[in-house]
Design a protein around this ligand. Structure first.
Ligand code: KG4
Ligand code: ZN
Length: 339
């Protein structure tokens, strides 16, 4: 019989306080619990306020971890390891999760590992589809990052391209502000776009044919110009949301499909918060029909959560890796194993 082990994941890089227990049965992952507490307070400010985020994490990390253990029916002593997001993210926010995880690790005498947040996003789809195996192309699209990777093996990544300015999610959020929507606006723009007619606003497709790099700030400026000429008025808002979303999706799909074809991969993965966008996944599936399958996790696992951190960290811990208790949080930095 396959032996099982349990990994606690903790994620506090931004405005979600999250804990999860991942049970590994041999090499098959099973999510035993996942608690995500979203900090509502930032809505009032139209963006994440770092100091408030840290305080909220501090207030809730204990109960969130306790709840994740209770949901999994586990005692702390039954854990085999602890995985915590070490970065990139807000330093004060990361510190709360890191300190909590280190404290548990020290008290329990169990290994601890710091996880790169984006490697978490990369592992999320594997939780629901354990047959997902590299090599594959991965498009990671979140509020802070947009990058295209060739995943040669778990832990071995080749960077094909990334954004030169705004991240895709950031573009959704900034356009949301221009359209008078609350933060974060990605899901709201997607909903609005379903009611819009395409083609009313001529928006650019930045760097569409230029290699694998992305740029979204010019598109945002084009939306600003459209807003100045009345695009945010009730009668036009849905059409503008639709044209903006279509422009972002066209660029993301074009580059991902080109990578799939040029590198001869048979699978494409979309990860990160923007992967919640159904129109994006549908467009990539349509584009790759017959050429490659597209794997996307469900929304709960695409936005920030601790299950993905337990998955990436559990994979590394199972290989015997661990971090020292002197590990520091970082606000930016490359994925481990990237070239
Ligand atoms: O990965 P994530 O939860 O946090 C970061 O690591 O940044 O991503 C959050 C981002 C936000 O910018 C949000 O607007 C965007 O993901 N997002 C979406 C959708 N749902 C969330 N963007 C487009 N369409 C969606 N349905
Ligand atoms: Zn994220």
């Amino acid at each position: 019989m396959a032996t099982s082990s349990h990994f606690l994941g903790i994620e506090t890089s931004c405005d979600e306080t999250s804990a999860a227990v991942l049970r590994m049965e041999g090499d098959r992952p099973r999510l035993a619990s996942l608690v995500i507490l979203s900090q509502d307070i930032h809505r009032v400010f139209g963006g994440v306020v770092p100091e408030l985020a840290s305080r909220e994490h501090l207030r809730t990390i204990g109960p969130v971890v306790d709840q994740a253990l209770a949901d999994a029916g586990l005692e702390l002593s039954q854990l085999d390891g602890i995985a915590v997001t070490a970065g990139p993210g807000l330093i004060g926010a990361l510190l709360v999760g890191l300190m909590y995880g280190k404290g548990l690790s020290y008290a329990l005498g169990k290994p601890f590992i710091g996880v790169h947040h984006l490697e978490g996003h990369l592992f999320a789809p594997w939780l629901e589809d354990p047959s997902l195996e590299p090599p594959f192309i991965a498009l990671l699209v979140s509020g802070g990052h947009t990058l295209l990777l060739d995943v040669e093996a778990w832990g071995r990544y080749h960077l094909l391209g990334e954004t030169l300015d705004d991240a895709a999610g950031e573009a959704f959020d900034k356009v949301g502000t221009l359209l008078g929507l609350p933060y974060p606006a990605g899901a709201l723009i997607e909903r609005l776009a379903t009611q819009g007619r395409p083609g009313r606003f001529a928006l650019p497709r930045p760097m569409l044919r230029d290699g694998y790099a992305f740029s979204f700030s010019g598109l945002k400026t084009a939306v600003l110009r459209a807003v100045r000429s009345g695009g945010a008025e009730e009668a036009h808002r849905a059409d503008l949301a639709r044209d903006f979303q279509d422009a972002v999706i066209e660029v993301l799909v074009e580059k991902t499909a080109r990578a799939v074809s040029e590198l001869g991969r048979e699978t494409a993965v979309i990860g990160g918060g923007v992967a919640c966008n159904r129109a994006l996944a549908d467009a990539l599936r349509a584009r790759l029909l017959g050429a490659a399958r597209v794997v996307v996790a469900s929304p709960r696992l695409n936005t920030d959560n601790a299950a993905m951190i337990a998955a990436a960290g559990g994979w590394r811990l199972a290989r015997g890796e661990q971090s020292g208790l002197d590990l520091e949080p970082f606000d930016s930095g490359p994925l481990p194993g990237i070239s």
